[in-house]
Design a binder for this molecule. Structure first.
Ligand SMILES: [Zn+2]
Length: 326
């Protein structure tokens, strides 16, 4: 058994867990696949860490912001290591593009100003443990993949949070793309000429299907600024603007998914992220639009599940991806 710390870095908080898993020899892994690793989350902690605000405050290429981010993560890790001294490595899911060749973070749209930084090397120097960094949605996809009840070869993860991220497990391996930009599904354009997105284009899916997208839709219709969670509560109470905001989110997500499936043709899709809690208000519009937009041969052959792991998939996946590389 090995212990690895898994970390999910968000814009405003840091979630960290100690993951225990059975180490397998390489030959064994190849023979039976990674789903036999049976990870177990022993402990989970959450720390407030406004990295997004920090990056905005200090501006681009700020050494100060980067130093603060590193020392904050290191302090959280050391607090956990005091209790679990045999931890062998740290795996981090980070919201940004991670170059699969250099491990460097080339850019982080949610943490503006960070570019070409090496979290793995810089943090490893501080804590004297191996550190592996991956994209946060890819880590969550892998977390879902290694804990899913039935054996799968392929899995697509869609994470609905502040933005919308995607992660693909293809032939049992995480798929990063050549530059770590694979499955940036939130930026598939579903409303040409629509809302301006942080990426510079107009009408990207995440402008409608993310938590911030739902808030904007609701604000435009009602004049009130509310969180996605509050809008879900209002949808439950019968507020028609709230129901419409979630319906538009579901429809936009389905539009993008139909395009994605034309490219990768996978059967199993897991929807996670904080906003998946409001899935029941998106589901009908989602299913209707998906049936409409899918290539007819795929209709009825796509399984979409909502995660049952709360927000633990990112932590477990980050740890298990680090375990793969040890
Ligand atoms: Zn975009």
């Amino acid at each position: 058994m090995a212990l690895i710390i898994g970390i999910d870095v968000g814009g405003t908080n840091l979630r960290l867990g100690v993951v225990q898993y059975e180490v397998q020899h390489k030959a064994q892994c190849n023979a039976v696949g990674s789903q036999n690793e049976r990870p177990k989350l022993l402990e989970e902690m959450r720390f407030q860490a406004d990295f997004s605000g920090l990056c905005k405050l200090h501006g681009p290429d700020s050494d100060q912001a980067w130093h603060k981010i590193l020392t904050t993560i290191a302090a959280a890790i050391n607090a956990v290591r005091a209790k679990y001294p045999t931890v062998a490595a740290v795996g981090i899911g980070f919201p940004g593009f991670i170059d699969p060749h250099t491990q460097r973070i080339s850019l982080s749209p949610n943490l503006p100003g960070l570019s070409n930084v090496d979290l793995s090397a810089d943090l490893s120097a501080l804590i004297a443990l191996p550190v592996i960094t991956e994209n946060d949605a890819l880590a969550a996809a892998y977390g879902e993949f290694v804990t899913v009840a039935k054996p799968l070869n392929n899995l697509l993860y869609l994470g609905l949070g502040t933005g919308v991220g995607g992660g693909l497990i293809l032939n049992r391996q995480p798929f990063q793309g050549q530059h770590g930009v694979a499955m940036e599904v939130g930026h598939i354009i579903v409303a040409p000429g629509g809302r301006l997105c942080g990426c510079g284009n107009y009408g990207c899916m995440e402008q409608y299907a993310s938590a911030s997208g739902v808030s904007i839709t609701y604000l435009e219709a009602s004049g009130e600024r509310c969180s996605a969670a509050e809008i879900a509560a209002r949808a439950k109470a019968g507020d028609q603007h709230a129901v419409a905001a979630y319906s538009l989110a579901g429809e936009s997500l389905a539009q993008a998914l139909a395009h994605i499936l034309k490219v990768i043709d996978v059967t199993d899709i897991v929807v996670g992220g904080g906003m998946s809690a409001g899935w029941q208000y998106m589901q009908q519009a989602f299913q209707q639009r998906l049936n409409q937009d899918l290539i007819p041969v795929l209709r009825g052959k796509v399984n979409v599940y909502v995660t049952d792991m709360d927000d633990q998939a990112g932590i477990i996946g980050a740890a298990m991806l680090a375990g793969k590389k040890l």
